[in-house]
Design a binder for this molecule. Structure first.
Ligand SMILES: Cc1ncc(COP(=O)(O)O)c(C=O)c1O
Length: 408
């Protein structure tokens, strides 16, 4: 059975490699054929052998926004490949975007700092408010670097697991906050808003409850909001800094996920009004992180890439629906937590009886690469994360391979 699946998978690129048959200008996820995508050299396309269909790391199979292409090629044409200027263009573009898209006017440019990327920025904020040996609370299952980056800086991870629906759990948070702050130690909470991998978009009520609890236990909140522009129809992104009680928090924003710019790094750290003095103490060296091309590309995306983002969101919404249908049809045992945001689907595969690491089975027998749930921490075993920022054709083929891998 496994041999059949493998040989079948090896030839099945042919099923999807020819599209788009006659162009599909409206859907950025259908502009490149699978053959073209396989020529990419990024992690998504080079980590696994060429017969594997990759739906794992958070990269999109989209052509870039025209605004980004124009900004980067324009800079190259001028040899504009130096250091970033110390200006605030990126933060200003983010501020305008936040006002227009989210109706949020609390992103004060004077309370921002440019950082290399969201994870580096998150860690630098955590270092402003905690010391070595202090605790950082995280809500698993969660983006795996939340564990590694925190521990690398000699902070202790304390878990406040999500509930069974993949949402924040106030009692788990309270328990974790109490443990984290025991003995009067400084402690922080690294929030993920929207949440990777469950795609939960935290509501104003949920975030207000977080702020109340954080203040009750003296916990400082650092909110990773990298997925904020990727909220799908039906949900509404709420900036953590916009809820009452969050004045002493920090958040990290970036155009990197929404415009697929992980290769041109930059991000912005934003301090709430009561955290501005701490942000001002950020070591100068942290500001050396973002690249000039990152700043150029992210600024252009935020300023002029709105239509492209809308097209991507439409395509992702359609893929979210398609994935639900495909799973229902071919793998009904999988519990699909329909995400409210991000392009990541968190799939509970426990009813398939594939053990703790179903991703290993789908890879070996189906030649489809998904993210294993195990590194996402408590609640991750028996789960996989599927990246649906692909064409409908690739998505359909991926589910077909997954089904074939378990004999369907
Ligand atoms: C929640 C979250 N934070 C951070 C990152 C990485 O962002 P960066 O490359 O800007 O550090 C990702 C990437 O997928 C993510 O999902």
């Amino acid at each position: 059975m496994s041999d059949d699946c493998v040989s079948d998978a090896r030839t099945s690129d042919a099923r999807v490699s020819g599209f788009p048959a006659s162009g599909d200008g409206g859907n950025p996820l259908r502009r490149l054929s699978l053959g073209e995508l396989r020529r990419r050299t990024s992690a998504k396309w080079r980590t696994y052998p060429a017969d594997v269909l990759p739906l794992w790391v958070a990269e999109m199979d989209a052509m870039p926004a025209g605004a980004v292409t124009r900004a980067l090629t324009g800079a190259l044409a001028l040899g504009d490949t130096g250091y970033p200027s110390s200006g605030t263009a990126y933060a200003e573009a983010l501020d305008s975007f936040a006002r227009k898209r989210w109706g949020w006017d609390g992103l004060a440019v004077e309370r921002t700092a440019a950082v290399a990327d969201v994870m580096r920025g998150s860690v630098e904020m955590l270092k402003l408010v905690t010391g070595p040996g202090d605790a950082v609370v995280v809500s698993p299952p969660v983006y795996p670097p939340f564990f590694g980056f925190v521990e690398h800086e000699d902070r202790r991870v304390v878990e406040a697991p999500l509930d069974a629906d993949g949402r924040l759990c106030p009692s788990a948070l309270e328990d974790a906050f109490r443990r984290a702050a025991a003995g009067g130690r400084r402690a922080a909470y690294l929030l993920c808003n929207p949440h990777n991998p469950t795609g939960a978009v935290h509501t104003r009520a949920e975030l207000t409850a977080v702020a109340e609890l954080a203040n009750a236990y003296g916990i400082r909140v650092v909110s990773d909001e990298i997925h904020a522009p990727l909220v799908l129809p039906g949900a509404q992104y709420v900036p953590y800094l916009s809820v009452p009680g969050a004045e002493n928090a920090f958040c990290l924003l970036s155009a990197s996920k929404a415009w697929n710019l992980a290769g041109v790094k930059a991000a912005v750290a934003v301090a709430g009004p009561a955290a501005a003095n701490e942000l001002a103490r950020l070591p100068e060296i942290v500001g050396h992180g973002p690249s000039h091309f990152g700043v150029v590309a992210h600024t252009a995306a935020l300023r002029d890439g709105g239509d492209w983002l809308d097209a991507v969101l439409t395509a992702l919404d359609e893929n979210r629906r398609l994935l639900g249908e495909l799973l229902e049809q071919h793998l009904p045992e999988i519990r699909y937590m329909r995400p409210e945001g991000t392009y990541l689907a968190w799939l509970d595969c426990r009813a398939l009886g594939l053990g703790d690491d179903p991703a290993a089975v789908f890879l070996e027998r189906g030649r489809v690469a998904l993210s294993s749930g195990i590194p996402f921490g408590t609640g991750g075993a028996g789960h996989v994360r599927l990246n649906f920022a692909a064409s409908p054709e690739v998505l359909t083929e991926a589910v077909r391979r997954m089904a074939a891998a378990v004999g369907r």
